[in-house]
Every structure is written in structure tokens, then in C-alpha cells.
Design a protein around this ligand. Structure first.
Ligand SMILES: [Fe+2]
Length: 452
């Protein structure tokens, strides 16, 4: 079965996952904005439908809109975030999604993959919509985690639900932190073993218009000077030594902007860590558990990642370095589709697709090693890079300016590699994600690099 022929099944599988995620919230949380940066889960649901209708039914099929009111409400540029809480009933939104999908499937059955149409050639628009829906699924997952954390931090006064642990009543509030340890702090450890990547060219990006997004293209040869890179993402145990060593209060670890952010936000540990019983717990999608030491640290901002790297005398990798370490086969002088080769991702190679609904320990996916020996390059956690999100030389917006261009503003840092919640259509070494450096709610960790 070709990838084009299986589009209806892939669309259905993606939709099943979207509906599973939505089913996890009650009516109140369905339409509630739990964090000012993120729209309610119900808004994401409607937005998925409106986007599918716009591109397939209106742009490709030439049909009129199914609902001008939905178009307005669920188009980001038309409705500001605070207003996205005024949603129709859940059943109504679901019925709309069903109606759109039915028309889309009819269109596909009637020859919707006309190779003469620029959006339909090689099913481009369907591959884009699959990635779009899957990216919104990851956002839904992070909203679910924010909701869990909210309940953890403000537990109901009555008996806690089974499986919940109450935070320590005498937990120190963030603004009454101990006095800074001064510039010296505790001497940092040397960090994990690093892998040497010799100087030389590699092939960056992709020319696969059907399966990649505009900002990954065009493919080009890039020369990368020699560098060292961590074998695996920085773990909770490694990051804990930064926390315990006073790294959050050590000015020399932080860039000027990062230090201002840290002082203003009063952040002292990753977003979902909580002190508990003399140790730490981490709040996951459904509750809290002891902090797993060998899992990658996640939900840290770019500033925190950068500070940790500086603390060790290292730095974050550039996105060129990251992609070379992830996908270049130096012996064959060729780029691999995945770090491990051409096989589709599975549990032996990486932690993705929300299979386990959380991170896994580093080193558990040895079969997913890149040719240079780096592990967990795909899945587990997104990895912050040092690079601002900018167009590649020869970039051309497709299918519209608004996808990438507004973010080429030197306000967004590139993340690579996908997380445990990233679905497979989005998981590839060339995929570029981008966020502002203070964002911590995404499932982002990092690994360090160093000049050789
Ligand atoms: Fe979207």
C-alpha cells in the first residue's frame, strides 16, 4: 500500500488520537485557558477541523465554507487567545469535525490526489494536515499536564484522589529562597561523556516537498567545524547537581537576558519538579512520581538549558551540529532518514507517539543510535539548540507565508528531535520546531556541545 493510498487510514488514526486526548478533559477544562500562552483544548479541536476544511474543501475542492463563524473563532489571527474560551458545545464541534472529514474522504475517493494540483501532488496537503493535527495533539498533551500540575499545586480540600501525593505543607515558596550562594557556588562536575564529530561537510535539510515543511527546505551542503556533543540528553540527575549546586543563583552561568528572566520569574528548578519528603517528585500527565534520575530533564526554558551548559563550560549545539550528529553517516557520506537508518520508528529505536505517556531513561533505545553514537536524538525530549529560527538559503514559503515566515524574527530558538509525545509524521532529523527562549511548558530538554 503506497503512502498516498493509505492517507484515509492515516487521517483516521490521527483523529482517533485527537479524540482520545479530548476525552480526557471534563466540560469545564475543555473550554478553559489554563495558561495564558495556550488556548483551551476545545479550541485546538475546532482549529484542527477548520484548518482541514480550509485547505482541502475550500482551497483544493473550491467549496464554500461550512461555517464562517467557525472560521473566525478557530483561526488564530481572527480570535485572540483570551477570547478562545467562548466555544460551542463539545458535541457541536465534534459534529463539525465529522462533517468536514466526511467531505474530505469523499474528495479523496473522487480522485483528490490529482498530480496536477500543487497542493495535491504526492498528497502534500494531506501530509501537511497530518503533521498539523499531530502537532496540535502534542500541544493538547502539554495542556493536560498543566491541568495536572494545577490540581497538584491546589489540591481539593477534601480527600485527594487515589494515586495523588500532597505537596509538603511547609514547602518553601519560591520567593523565600535561600540567599544566593555567590559567584563561586559548588564546583560543577564534568558532565557526561561526549562524542567527537570531526570537521567536514554534511547534507542538511530536505528536498522532499511531500513530507517536509517549508522551513526544512531546500537541502544543502553545510560545512561544520569539529565539535563534541553529549551522547544523550542531559538527565534529571545531571540537572539536579546544577540545582543543588546553586546554578540558578550563580550569575556567571547566565546570559544577560536569561539572568533577567530568572530574577523576574523566580524560577529555581524545572517546571514540573516539586520538593517532596526531602527529595523531588515530578508531575507527569496524570500525577506525581519520584523524579526519575536517568530520564532526560524536561520542561526547561532555553535560558535554563543555556545556563546549565555554561555551568559546565560547555554550550548548546547549533542546529547544524545537532542535525549532523543525528543523521550523517560519515562512512557512506550520506544522510540517513532516521538516526538509525531507514526503518520507521519503533520502541527499540526511540520513545515517541506518546506510547508510554512520558520520558524513558536515556540509553534505553540503543538500537536508535546515530552513526556517531548519539542516543535519543529522536523522541523522548525536544532539544533546544543555540540557533535562532531563520530561513535556510533558498527558502520558499509553502503553502502560505504564515506557517514559518512570521517567526523568522530572532525571537525564537530552534528545537530538534521531537519528544515522547511527538507523533511519527513529525518525527525526523530535519524537522525544526521553534519557541521563545523563556517557554518551559513544551516537552523540551537539551544536550550540550563543545568546540573540539
Ligand atoms: Fe494550527
Amino acid at each position: 500500500m503506497s503512502r498516498v493510498a493509505s492517507i484515509p487510514q492515516q487521517l483516521q488514526a490521527a483523529r482517533d488520537q485527537t479524540l482520545r486526548l479530548c476525552a480526557r478533559v471534563n466540560e469545564v477544562d475543555f473550554r478553559r485557558q489554563v495558561h495564558r500562552e495556550f488556548s483551551p483544548i476545545g479550541w485546538h479541536l475546532g482549529h484542527i477541523g477548520v484548518t482541514e476544511a480550509y485547505w482541502v474543501l475550500q482551497q483544493c475542492q473550491g467549496e464554500p465554507t461550512l461555517s464562517a463563524a467557525y472560521d473566525r473563532l478557530f483561526t488564530p489571527t481572527d480570535t485572540p487567545k483570551p477570547e478562545r474560551v467562548h466555544l460551542p458545545a463539545r458535541d457541536e464541534i465534534l459534529a463539525y469535525l465529522g462533517a468536514v472529514r466526511e467531505q474530505v474522504l469523499n474528495f479523496l475517493t473522487d480522485g483528490g490526489c490529482d498530480p496536477g494540483h500543487p497542493l495535491l501532488r504526492d498528497a502534500r496537503i494531506f501530509n501537511m494536515l497530518l503533521q498539523h493535527e499531530e502537532q496540535h495533539q502534542e500541544t493538547m498533551s502539554l495542556i493536560l499536564r498543566l491541568l495536572t500540575a494545577e490540581r497538584y499545586d491546589s489540591p481539593p480540600p477534601a480527600v485527594l484522589a487515589e494515586g495523588w501525593s500532597r505537596p509538603e505543607r511547609n514547602e518553601r515558596p519560591p520567593h523565600s529562597s535561600p540567599p544566593p550562594r555567590g559567584e563561586r557556588g559548588i564546583a560543577p562536575p564534568s558532565g557526561q561523556a561526549m562524542i567527537a564529530v570531526p570537521a567536514g561537510p554534511f547534507v542538511m535539510g530536505s528536498d522532499d516537498i511531500a513530507h517536509t515543511l517549508d522551513n526544512e527546505r531546500p537541502q544543502q551542503e553545510v560545512f561544520v567545524p569539529a565539535f563534541l556533543i553529549d551522547r544523550h540528553p542531559v538527565t534529571n540527575a545531571e540537572f539536579l547537581s546544577f540545582v543543588a549546586g546553586g546554578g540558578y543563583h550563580q550569575r556567571s552561568c547566565w546570559g544577560a537576558e536569561g539572568w533577567r528572566w530568572r530574577a523576574h520569574s523566580e524560577v529555581e528548578h524545572p517546571l514540573y519538579w516539586r520538593r517532596h519528603g526531602g527529595g523531588w517528585v515530578e508531575i507527569g500527565l496524570y500525577g506525581s512520581a519520584p523524579l526519575p534520575p536517568h530520564h532526560p530533564v524536561q520542561c526547561v526554558s532555553w535560558y535554563e538549558a543555556d545556563a546549565y551548559a555554561r555551568w559546565l563550560g560547555k554550550r548548546l549545539p547549533s542546529e547544524e551540529e545537532w542535525e549532523k550528529a543525528a543523521s550523517w553517516d560519515p562512512e557512506r557520506a550520506e544522510k540517513r532518514p532516521y538516526p538509525w537508518g531507514g526503518r520507521e520508528p519503533d520502541p527499540s529505536t526511540c520513545n515517541c507517539d506518546a506510547a508510554g505517556e512520558g520520558t524513558t531513561g536515556v540509553g534505553q533505545h540503543a538500537a536508535g543510535c546515530s552513526p556517531y553514537g548519539c542516543e535519543d536524538m529522536l523522541g523522548n525530549v525536544w532539544e533546544w539548540t543555540a540557533t535562532w529560527f531563520q530561513p535556510y538559503r533558498g527558502f520558499a514559503a509553502f503553502p502560505y507565508e504564515g506557517y514559518s515566515v512570521p517567526y523568522f524574527d530572532r525571537q525564537h530558538r530552534v528545537l530538534r528531535g521531537g519528544s515522547w509525545a511527538t507523533r511519527r509524521h513529525v518525527l525526523r532529523p530535519t524537522f525544526r520546531n521553534w519557541y521563545q527562549p523563556w517557554v518551559r511548558e513544551i516537552f523540551a530538554g537539551f544536550r550540550c556541545a563543545k568546540d573540539l
